[in-house]
Design a protein around this ligand. Structure first.
Ligand code: ATP
Ligand code: MG
Length: 446
C-alpha cells in the first residue's frame, strides 16, 4: 500500500468517519480515484464499505438515505446535500448469461471487491489514513496510459459483454491505448455485445464518441462497433471513386469527426451523416455518385436511433441534421426563415457545424467551407433581433379574424393562413394586419 494524499470533499470524509466509528471499513473507489490520480475532474465520489446495506442504514440513521440498489448493496446517503453512493464490498459470483452475476454475495474483504471491477485503472481504492489500495497495478497502467482488464480479459468479457465497449469508452475518453491482451479479447469477444441491453450500449457509445480519442478508437475497433452498428461497418473501405473525395466513406466520416466539437448531437450527426451512401452508389463515365444518400441516411438513422433506444427528441434532431446535411441552403433571408421553421436556432448552428466538418473531409480542392455556413447563423441572429415572422403564431392575423370575415370554420382557414405565411416568409407580403386581411380576401375560394 502506498502513501498518497488525495484531498476528499468534507461529505466524503464525514461518511468514512461515520462508518469507521461503527466499526466498518470504508474507501473511495473506482472513477474518482482514477480521475484524481490523473488530475481530472471527478464526476461522482463512489464509496465502498464492509458494512451491509442494513448496517449502513443504522450508521447513517441521522442522515437521509435512499435505497438505490439494496440487493446489489448500494445505498445513497445525503450528506451536506451531496448524494454519496456507497456499496458493500461485493463478490459477483458466477455469470451465466454474459450480463448478470447469478448471485451477489457481500464480503468483508476489499480485495474481493476490487477484483470484480473491470479495469485495473478502475480497481483502485483510497483511504485517507491507509492510502491507496492498488492490487492490480492500476497506477502502472495509468502511467502507461492504457486500459487492461483485471484478470483474464476473455473471462471478464464473457462475464459481462458490456466491458468490451467500456474498454473502448475509457480508451477514447482518457485518450489511452488498450493493452495487447485486452485488445485481442475485445476483438475476439465482440459478438458478446449482441447479448447486451441497448440502453447500456447507448450510454457507453455516447461517451465513447465524445471522447478525445474517439476517431482513433473507432478506426482501430470498427469491427466491434459493427456488432451493434452494422451500417457503419458497411462504410468501411467503401470507395467513392469521385474527384470530390480522397477517402472511402468510413475514412471520410472519421476525418469529418476529427473536426467536430465534443458535443453529443453534433458527433452523432457527423458520425451518421453519410451512413446512407453504401445503399446509393451508382457509377457512370464521370465516376461514382451517391444520389439520394441523405434520404437513405434518414431511414437508417431512424432505425439506429430506435435500435439503441435514444429518446425521441435526440432521434428527431439527429435525423433532421442528416436529412439536411447535403442540402444546399442559400444565405438568404427567405431560405433561412424556412430553415428556422424546421429546426431550432441551436440545431441550425449544429447543421452548419456538420456541413463544415463534412466539407473539410473532402479532397483538398473541394474542402473549403462555403461562406454561407458562416453567414447563415448571422442571418438567424438578425431575424431574431427583428422579431421576424417565422411561423403561424407570429402572423398578425389568426383563425378568428378570418372567421369574422365570413370564411367558414374548418380546413379552409388553415389553408389560407398557411398561404399567407408562405407569402410573408417569401417577403412578398408584409406581416401587417390590413395587408394580410386583403390578401386573405383574394385567397378565399382561390
Ligand atoms: P465515470 O467517471 O465515467 O463515471 P467510472 O469509473 O465512475 O467513470 P462507472 O461506469 O460510473 O465508471 O462505474 C463505476 C465503477 O464501477 C468503475 O470504475 C468500475 O470499478 C465499476 N464498474 C462499473 N461497471 C462495471 C462492469 N460492467 N464490470 C465491472 N466493473 C464495473
Ligand atoms: Mg461513475
Amino acid at each position: 500500500m502506498e502513501k498518497l494524499n488525495i484531498s476528499l470533499p468534507r461529505a466524503v470524509e464525514k461518511a468514512i468517519t461515520c462508518l469507521e466509528n461503527c466499526g466498518f471499513q470504508a474507501y473511495i473507489v473506482g472513477g474518482c480515484v482514477r480521475n484524481t490520480l490523473l488530475e481530472l475532474p471527478v464526476n461522482d465520489w463512489d464509496m465502498t464499505t464492509s458494512a451491509t446495506p442494513e448496517e449502513m442504514k443504522a450508521c447513517f440513521k441521522d442522515f437521509r438515505t435512499i435505497e438505490t440498489g439494496i440487493q446489489h448493496g448500494t445505498l445513497t446517503v445525503l450528506i451536506d446535500g451531496i448524494p454519496l453512493e456507497i456499496t458493500t464490498f461485493r463478490n459477483d459470483g458466477e455469470y451465466l448469461d454474459n450480463r448478470h452475476p447469478v448471485g451477489v454475495t457481500f464480503s468483508r474483504d476489499i480485495g474481493e471487491d476490487l477484483c470484480r471491477r473491470d479495469f485495473t485503472v478502475n480497481a483502485m481504492a483510497y483511504h485517507p489514513k491507509r492510502g491507496l489500495v492498488d492490487l492490480f497495478d492500476g497506477q502502472a497502467d495509468l502511467t502507461k496510459k492504457r486500459i487492461s482488464c483485471v484478470g483474464d480479459p476473455e473471462k471478464r468479457f464473457y462475464e459481462d459483454g458490456l466491458r468490451i465497449l467500456r474498454a473502448l469508452r475509457f480508451a477514447a475518453v482518457l485518450d489511452f491505448s488498450i493493452a495487447p491482451e485486452t485488445a485481442d479479447a475485445v476483438h475476439s469477444c465482440r459478438h458478446l455485445l449482441k447479448n447486451i441491453a441497448a440502453e447500456r450500449i447507448r450510454e457507453e457509445f455516447c461517451k465513447l464518441i465524445c471522447g478525445v480519442g474517439a476517431v482513433r478508437i473507432l478506426r482501430e475497433y470498427h469491427d466491434v462497433i459493427g456488432v451493434f452498428l452494422p451500417e457503419l461497418e458497411k462504410c468501411y473501405g467503401f470507395a467513392q471513386n469521385s474527384k470530390y473525395h480522397c477517402y472511402d466513406v468510413f475514412e471520410h466520416t472519421m476525418e469529418a469527426l476529427l473536426e467536430a466539437p465534443p458535443h453529443l448531437i453534433t458527433r452523432l450527426a457527423v458520425l451518421l451523416h453519410d451512413i446512407g451512401k453504401p445503399l446509393c452508389y451508382t457509377e457512370d463515365e464521370t465516376g461514382g455518385h451517391f444520389k439520394g444518400h441523405g434520404d437513405a441516411g434518414v431511414e437508417i438513422v431512424k432505425d439506429v436511433m430506435k435500435r439503441l433506444r435514444f429518446d425521441n427528441k435526440t432521434a428527431a434532431r439527429v435525423t433532421i441534421l442528416v436529412d439536411y446535411h447535403d442540402r444546399e441552403i442559400p444565405a438568404t433571408e427567405k431560405s433561412v426563415k424556412r430553415l428556422m421553421n424546421k429546426m431550432s436556432d441551436e440545431d441550425i448552428s449544429i447543421l452548419m457545424e456538420v456541413k463544415r466538418c463534412d466539407r473539410l473531409a473532402h479532397a483538398k480542392e473541394y474542402s473549403e467551407p462555403s461562406e454561407a455556413i458562416f453567414e447563415i447563423p448571422r442571418i438567424v441572429e438578425r431575424l431574431r433581433e427583428e422579431n421576424a415572422c417565422l411561423s403561424l403564431k407570429d402572423l398578425k392575423v389568426g383563425g378568428e379574424d378570418l372567421i369574422a370575415m365570413g370564411i367558414p370554420k374548418g380546413k379552409e382557414i388553415g389553408r389560407i393562413l398557411n398561404a399567407l405565411l408562405e407569402q410573408v416568409l417569401d417577403g412578398e407580403l408584409p406581416n401587417e394586419r390590413e395587408a394580410l386581411m386583403d390578401a386573405a380576401q383574394d385567397l378565399q375560394g382561390a
